[in-house]
Design a protein around this ligand. Structure first.
Ligand SMILES: Nc1[nH]c(=O)nc2c1ncn2[C@H]1C[C@H](O)[C@@H](COP(=O)(O)OP(=O)(O)OP(=O)(O)O)O1
Length: 214
């Protein structure tokens, strides 16, 4: 049914199982021929603030997201997550639990992106603008919540369209796994970048993080 079945013993998937859209449920997942590891890291504070970065160049440019990138040969996924956070936000993670793992496939690419998601709960220094990212703070709580910090709401309209789906687990502090397949960009979109395709099929579930290690 999904690419995580071999990693997830039956009964390990939580109640928050989501998949869609309805017309895609009979479609197979896109075929891919290689798996590449990536990291995605979100600094969060105990008083419900989250730091996102506007990607200034490359894949996903113009969107707000966590900090991260490719795992380089010879490093662990955790080391890569720490390195990318330092390169892109200039902070050093000192407490960084893994909270999710998501796979992304694109209709016109043979690569399955295997993205390890972390929340950074403690770090040294403060996030700074770098060549790749412009960091900005947001509230993780609804604006009418009595403890909501006076910061803007998470800008889902300016993020990857899938973030809206799996952030419900992230914000509830539940670990999660999932997969999203993207269509290729519309024919009319002559400048179409791979990341401009619409979401074709998705699946997410809350699941224990121990089942998701590299
Ligand atoms: N659909 C999606 N939703 C999401 O929230 N994050 C995604 C995503 N697809 C990719 N990402 C993230 C994963 C990773 O953090 C980033 C892609 O990594 P990059 O291409 O920025 O890697 P690198 O920074 O290593 O690249 P270079 O700087 O070109 O070497 O985008």
């Amino acid at each position: 049914m999904d690419q995580f079945e071999p990693l997830l013993p039956s009964g390990s998937i939580g109640a928050g199982h989501i998949k869609g859209p309805p017309e895609s449920l009979h479609l197979p997942w896109l075929p891919t021929s290689s798996l590449k590891q990536y990291t995605l890291v979100f600094p969060v504070t105990a008083d419900s603030k989250i730091c996102l970065g506007m990607k200034k160049r490359g894949f996903g440019a113009g969107r707000y997201n966590g900090f991260g990138g490719k795992v380089e040969p010879g490093e662990t996924v955790f080391e890569a997550a720490k390195r990318e956070l330092l390169e892109e936000a200039n902070i050093v993670a000192t407490k960084m639990p893994q909270c999710g793992r998501i796979r992304f496939a694109f209709e016109n690419s043979p690569v399955l992106m295997d993205v390890y998601v972390y929340r950074v709960e403690e770090w040294e220094r403060e996030p700074e603008e770098t060549e790749e990212m412009l960091p900005k703070w947001y509230s993780m709580l609804p604006s009418d919540h009595p403890s909501s910090p006076s910061l803007p709401a998470i800008p889902f309209d300016n993020m990857w369209p899938d973030d809206d789906l799996w952030f419900r687990f992230f914000l509830a502090k539940k670990s999660f796994v999932g997969r999203v397949d993207f269509n290729k960009p519309a024919e009319s979109d002559t400048e179409g970048k791979m990341e401009d395709g619409s979401m074709r099929k998705w699946w997410f579930a809350d699941a224990p993080v121990e089942l998701m290690q590299a």
